[in-house]
Design a protein around this ligand. Structure first.
Ligand SMILES: CC(C)(COP(=O)(O)OP(=O)(O)OC[C@H]1O[C@@H](n2cnc3c(N)ncnc32)[C@H](O)[C@@H]1OP(=O)(O)O)[C@@H](O)C(=O)NCCC(=O)NCCS
Length: 186
């Protein structure tokens, strides 16, 4: 069982104006939106690998860099046109012919104030569709064991847990476990 996630938000009514995009370039306020929600997710303690919010320049370089990496595809969820969440597909490198059937879902989070509106569900469905279109047979991910909202979301969408790791993350000197999931796409 997942540990209790005391910071999981209360469920809110759905809003209809959710839009999911794949980003190949940054336009308008995209970069500012991505940096802002990243900082918010880090402060909230949920949703990124950073523990402390880095300088804005570092956040900007990170997101610009994602678009330059051929193995990464960046997806965003918008509410009222503004980016409120994001995820990436991390593709196997060209020399990984034996592992070319599987893609990894990574760096998936929704801004704390935008949760509960179906944005994560929309992003997941888009990722499944694109992964199938590219011929992947499996989609893999790993997640901290205390992310109960994410675990509920993944298990509701057919991900199966195949392993656990006691030392997955280290925060303030304390180890937190992790779970490893896979979903067969076809
Ligand atoms: C997990 C997360 C992405 C969900 O985002 P969201 O936009 O609020 O999710 P949605 O509104 O699309 O909800 C879809 C489903 O997710 C699950 N879910 C979402 N929030 C939940 C919560 N607080 N408690 C239980 N289940 C939850 C439910 O299955 C829900 O379906 P339902 O509405 O039929 O109950 C978001 O809480 C988040 O960013 N968490 C922190 C980051 C994280 O843990 N990322 C995963 C790392 S791999």
């Amino acid at each position: 069982m997942a540990q209790t996630d005391s910071s999981a938000p209360a469920r809110k009514p759905r809003r209809a104006n959710v839009q999911i995009d794949r980003l190949d370039e940054l336009a308008g306020t995209d970069l500012a939106d991505l940096c802002e929600i990243t900082a918010e997710a880090i402060i909230d303690g949920e949703g990124f690998l950073w523990i402390k919010v880095p300088p804005l320049r570092v956040l900007e370089n990170y997101w610009k860099g994602v678009l330059l990496v051929p193995e990464r595809s960046l997806y965003v969820g918008r509410l009222d046109g503004r980016i409120v969440g994001t995820a990436q597909l991390y593709h196997p490198s060209p020399n990984n012919e034996a592992g070319a059937f599987a893609v990894e879902l990574t760096t998936f989070f929704i801004a704390p104030w935008a949760r509960g509106h179906g944005v994560a569900r929309g992003i997941l469905k888009r990722l499944f569709r694109e992964a199938r279109q590219r011929g992947y047979k499996n989609i893999d991910l790993h997640v901290r064991a205390d992310r109960s909202a994410a675990i509920a979301l993944f298990e509701a969408h057919g991900f199966e847990c195949w392993g656990e790791k006691p030392r997955y993350a280290r925060l303030k000197g304390r180890y937190i476990g992790g779970r490893y999931y896979t979903k067969q796409l076809g």
